[in-house]
Design a protein around this ligand. Structure first.
Ligand code: AMP
Length: 442
């Protein structure tokens, strides 16, 4: 049961077809032939132009065929989570569909309706069973209960996706989370040779037959703060065979499709070798995530600071389900704004977190940011960091916005920092609490 989504193929001004990489794969005749044999989905649901209708049908079909599901997943962890949350709020409707053998009126797409007719028949027994499994106080381990033959959940849990692993683990009840591959629109790059290892330990072995890989060394090899990085234009790339363990590199690809030394924008670190093939851990996207002055905070810096701060919520029974940032320069000095979506560990609702703890979270974040940030903050070049707690569902609304603007639901990655005014409006309109760091970090 693999959640798959597509975007319409468009024509470039010169008449070439352009599509997202997943759309191209799902359009392929070979894929269309194996689809009914290997997956619970129907081609019509994958190509449905309405993402929500597509998701509804894919989940419904997965429930109907629950006894055949041996693996559950999507390309990225965020999509699996989105699917499970959607199920959490729509299972009653789906159970009623299964009972009657008729798909809900919310599905208006003719392709989806046709697909449903071909696989649905009234099954009150199955509906009652699913109802009894879903109708419980906590959804901890629900994946195991709903799909008892599933052996693993397959989705990328590394890079920006690692923030979703804790919540996914909650739903999966001990099923392994498997990040099988590292790939991008520009080229397929590597595979994970130890699929059952912990998400935090995943490394990818780059396969030299997929593209010609070269690497721009990051200055000093490793663990260098983004703000210290030199101009990488001056550095010579090294080949796959010449990379060194412990060092960080930016990936360049040269492909049959015509890309030449193309900067993918990812930073990778060499962790070891499989035979002679180097293995890499995904570190971060190369670009600066957030900056209000001369300081630069990378995605990894931000992740580290958030991880340290959110630890304060654990003893209170709260989890951080998603976050993003925004550089607020509307007044001087500018400051970092973090949007946090919180959830109680037990149940879905969120009582208020003690404001004192939230203020402490702001401080803790500032403490763990880079040296330049702290110096600027002390000298009042940057104002106090702010955390804005948003209501539940805010990040889903954000995802819906980006999908409506053309992002593919299959390939969606929520931005580490919001730059679009419209996206900012969406998330800012859902703020339920604002907290500021009370003092400069030491
Ligand atoms: P796109 O081509 O837009 O679908 O996105 C490709 C990007 O997704 C890559 O350049 C990475 O930044 C990210 N990505 C893909 N696979 C992985 C992975 N296994 N781990 C971490 N990030 C990944």
């Amino acid at each position: 049961m693999q959640l798959m989504f597509t975007r319409p193929v468009i024509k470039t001004p010169s008449g070439l077809s352009a599509a997202s990489v997943t759309t191209t794969i799902y359009n392929d005749n070979g894929f269309r032939t194996i689809l009914p044999k290997l997956y619970t989905n129907h081609i019509e649901t994958i190509f449905c132009p309405e993402p929500e209708q597509s998701l509804y049908c894919q989940l419904l079909f997965g429930l109907i065929q629950r006894d055949e599901v041996v693996m559950l997943g999507s390309l990225f962890a965020s999509t699996v989570l989105r699917g499970l949350k959607y199920l959490e709020s729509h299972w009653q409707e789906m159970c009623s569909d299964i009972k009657t053998g008729q798909i809900s009126h919310r599905i208006t797409d003719s392709g989806c309706r046709n697909a449903a007719t071909s696989i649905m028949k009234p099954n009150p027994q199955l509906a009652n069973l699913i109802e009894s499994l879903c109708n419980c106080k906590s959804w901890e381990g629900i994946v195991r209960k709903l799909w008892p033959k599933a052996r693993y959940v397959g989705c990328i849990c590394t890079g920006v996706m690692r923030q979703y692993t804790a919540e996914l683990e909650f739903y999966c009840g001990g099923l392994p989370l498997v990040s099988t591959a590292y790939a991008c629109s520009e080229a397929a790059c590597g595979i994970n040779l130890e699929p059952l290892c912990k998400p935090s330990d995943v490394t990818y072995t780059l396969l030299p037959n997929l593209a010609y890989f070269e690497f721009l060394p990051m200055k000093n090899g490793h663990a260098e703060p983004i703000e210290m990085r030199s101009n990488i234009e001056d550095i010579e790339p090294v080949d796959l065979v010449h990379v060194k363990p412990g060092h960080r590199y930016e990936l360049l690809v040269t492909t049959c499709a015509g890309l030449y030394r193309y900067k993918v924008g990812d930073v990778l670190m060499v962790t070891g070798f499989h035979n002679n093939a180097p293995q890499f851990q995904f570190v971060e996207r190369q670009n600066v995530a957030i900056s209000v002055d001369q300081e630069k905070t990378s995605e990894a810096d931000l992740f580290k600071a958030v991880t340290e701060a959110k630890a304060l919520l654990d003893p209170l029974g709260f989890v951080l389900t998603d976050y993003t940032s925004y550089a607020d320069t509307s007044s001087t000095p500018g400051h970092y704004v973090l949007f946090w979506e919180l959830k109680e560990k037990e149940g879905n609702h969120c009582k208020e977190v003690d404001p004192k703890v939230m203020v402490e979270c702001c401080s803790r974040m500032e403490e763990s940011l880079q040296y330049t940030y702290k110096v600027y903050r002390k000298n009042n070049i940057i104002a106090a960091l702010e955390i804005r707690v948003v209501e539940q569902g805010s990040f889903e609304a954000l995802m819906d916005y980006y999908v409506s603007k053309g992002a593919s639901l299959s390939q969606y990655k929520r931005p580490s920092c919001i730059t679009s005014k419209e996206a900012l409006k969406i998330i800012d309109s859902r703020v339920i609490g604002k907290f500021f760091s009370p003092k400069s970090p030491v």
